[in-house]
Design a protein around this ligand. Structure first.
Ligand SMILES: NC(=O)c1ccc[n+]([C@@H]2O[C@H](COP(=O)([O-])OP(=O)(O)OC[C@H]3O[C@@H](n4cnc5c(N)ncnc54)[C@H](OP(=O)(O)O)[C@@H]3O)[C@@H](O)[C@H]2O)c1
Length: 244
């Protein structure tokens, strides 16, 4: 059982994958951007959302890549209750082309009934959903009825390389900001897609309740510090680039 779970997280032909990534110049640049505690936790502290998104905005990414757990937990944390859908929620928003798409992986359809909370966000150009061949048909119908762009890119889970290729080809995406949790962040790292890690270090220690950002990471290549900025109120912004 453990092996089966591990094989989902760490693809067997990892070294082959790594060399393929380097050669695939069609893929967008992927920046992993997270707010972390001093001891590397992604959760169990109050993130400074203002600073987090101020820094995220500096990348002017064409797309934010987000895991379904991240969206679900975010909605539970920041929405007192999910607002009822209105007519406008069924149409694509007319917003500036300079805004990023929110590209959400959700093969199980766990965001059915709450995706409109993302679409309503004024800094989101629109939501694009990545699903797989195993995605429940009723979720696909939900997406179609609401005019969400959705793409089937994988058998069970989303095939990340296909997904990134699609974003580049169909949406002209050059920079992806992965604004997500440990699972998707580590998958992107382990499969060699991340070229930059941006960390907003918070002056707080989570300790025993830590949800460590890198605890599923198994290979990162060489890290080079390219930014270290002390910010207001004891926050620090660190940026590392990853050499292939
Ligand atoms: N501090 C920060 O900066 C920060 C930022 C974001 C989130 N967070 C926190 O992180 C937590 C959520 O993160 P998380 O680590 O649970 O999950 P996550 O990063 O949201 O990732 C879950 C996603 O990974 C996908 N996935 C799982 N296995 C996969 C595979 N083998 N291939 C491709 N995709 C796969 C899932 O897709 P399917 O299930 O659709 O297949 C799902 O969409 C929350 O507590 C949130 O508050 C913190």
């Amino acid at each position: 059982m453990k092996e089966a779970l591990l094989s989902l997280v760490y693809p067997r032909n990892k070294s082959l994958n790594m060399s393929l990534r380097v050669k695939n110049e069609m893929l967008p640049k992927v920046v992993l951007h997270n707010s972390v505690s001093l001891d590397g936790s992604l959760t169990n502290f109050e993130p400074n959302m203002g600073l987090h998104y101020q820094i995220a905005g500096k990348y002017a990414a064409d797309a934010h890549l987000i895991g379904s757990n991240t969206v679900k937990v975010g909605v539970e944390l920041y929405e007192e209750e999910v607002p009822a859908e209105e007519k406008e929620d069924f149409a694509k928003p007319m917003r500036s082309e300079s805004l990023p798409y929110w590209v959400i992986l959700d093969t199980k359809g766990i965001l059915k009934g709450i995706l409109h909370t993302c679409r309503r966000f004024e800094y989101c150009r629109d939501v694009v959903v990545l699903v797989s061949e195993g995605t429940p048909a009723e979720y696909v119908t939900y997406l179609e009825e609401r005019n969400y762009d959705y793409h089937i890119v994988g058998k069970k889970h989303v095939d990340l390389e296909r997904a990134l290729e699609l974003l580049s080809k169909k949406y002209g995406v050059k920079t992806v900001l992965a604004d997500t949790g440990r699972i998707l962040g580590n998958l992107l790292l382990n499969q060699g897609f991340v070229s930059e890690i941006s960390l907003l270090i918070h002056p707080v220690i989570v300790g025993t309740a830590s949800y460590n950002m890198f605890s599923d990471a198994n290979k990162t290549g060489k890290l080079k510090l390219c930014k270290q900025e002390a910010l207001e109120e004891n926050y620090v912004w660190l940026v590392y680039t990853l050499e292939a």
